[in-house]
Design a protein around this ligand. Structure first.
Ligand SMILES: NC(=O)c1ccc[n+]([C@@H]2O[C@H](COP(=O)([O-])OP(=O)(O)OC[C@H]3O[C@@H](n4cnc5c(N)ncnc54)[C@H](O)[C@@H]3O)[C@@H](O)[C@H]2O)c1
Length: 316
């Protein structure tokens, strides 16, 4: 089997995991890593026996590199994803994909015009419990969908200094809502603010509404001393609770509580394996570039809603 040649741009906290998973997968060959902090790139390159770069332009000249994962600071994702697409590489760009929805749309256009795969790092979609929630909503195993409540709170990861909690953290749940409901919200109302980090918001309560009356409440912050990541999906017949950290899922029905034993899987591993399968077998990815655009549009509207203190109606 020929392996897909891959590289990672941005070898910080998260890029490290991308590189490790690519080394673990049988279908990929990690060829190079790049970081503006050359020491950091070199330390990872030495660990894996690959080439280190501090400038992605040089690295992208390597024709054996077919796919590139972009794990830089959030405000640099667009720049590096554009460079990789322009160099003819398939791209997995981390969330939030870019700074503005316009830039995100530009990436989608670029990938389409060059017939390249573009996917975004919404890895919650690769957690089996969430996949079961989506199925249960779709086939009405929980009755009619009524509401969803998500909580994604922790202390501030201090290395994140270029975006606030909405585009960094709540955006996962915004995407999760699109994934499980298979529809877009019609409006967003949010309150965001800053208690500790003055430059960006460090807490956000976001409410999404849907055309048939369903609602979603998204709570995110970087103020809570411990890490909680949960989703509660309420239907007319049952409630499904998922803890993303443990991947434990429970289904509460009128007369019983079920706890399906789903195989634990590392979401990042499933995500990268899927990305490779899509490239090799020319399949549409579970997370498309358009999904990235939509999530960023909603996240941007949430911040606007808070500034204007009113609900923002979302365009179709
Ligand atoms: N999908 C997820 O669940 C998830 C989880 C964590 C982080 N992320 C995303 O991954 C990205 C990185 O996060 P992190 O926690 O690793 O941050 P980090 O600060 O630890 O790492 C970012 C790295 O990018 C490097 N960098 C910046 N500009 C560069 C450029 N032009 N070329 C090469 N390298 C460059 C920095 O030197 C740094 O080493 C962020 O966009 C974040 O939102 C996603």
């Amino acid at each position: 089997m020929t392996k897909l040649g891959v590289a990672v741009i941005g070898t910080g906290q998260w890029g490290k995991n991308h590189a490790r998973v690519y080394k673990e997968l049988a279908s990929t060959e990690l060829l190079a890593v790049c970081d503006v902090n050359l020491q950091r790139a070199k330390s990872m390159a030495n660990q894996y026996g690959v080439k280190a770069y501090s400038d992605s332009t040089e690295m992208l000249k390597n024709k054996d590199i077919q796919a590139v994962n972009i794990c830089t600071w959030s405000t640099i994702l667009y720049q590096e994803a554009s460079k990789a697409l322009n160099a003819g590489k398939h791209v997995l760009v981390e969330k939030p994909m870019s700074t503005t929805p316009e830039q995100a749309r530009q990436l989608v256009k670029n990938a389409k015009e060059n017939d390249l795969h573009l996917t975004v790092g919404f890895l919650m979609r690769f957690i089996p419990g969430l996949q079961l929630i989506r199925q249960s909503v779709e086939n009405k195993k929980i009755g009619e969908l009524v509401s969803v409540t998500t909580k994604r709170v922790s202390q501030w990861p201090e290395r994140i200094g270029d975006v606030g909690v909405v585009k960094d953290t709540a955006i996962h749940d915004i995407d999760v809502m699109r994934y499980i409901s298979q529809q877009d919200p019609i409006s967003v109302y949010a309150k965001v603010g800053s208690k500790r980090i003055k430059k960006f918001e460090d807490y956000a309560q976001i409410m999404l509404t849907y055309k048939n009356g369903e609602t979603a409440f998204i709570e995110s912050n970087w103020l809570t001393p411990y890490k909680t990541r949960t989703i509660i999906t309420t239907g007319t017949e049952a409630i499904m609770r998922l803890d993303y950290n443990t991947q434990d899922l429970s289904i509460e029905e009128k007369t019983q509580t079920l706890q399906p034993r789903l195989q634990f899987q590392e979401p990042l591993k499933a995500e990268l394996q899927h990305f490779v399968d899509c490239i090799v077998n020319k399949k549409k990815p579970v997370v498309t570039g358009e999904d990235g655009v939509k999530a960023l549009e909603i996240a941007t509207a949430a911040i606007e809603s808070s500034v204007k203190n009113k609900a923002i109606h979302l365009k179709k």
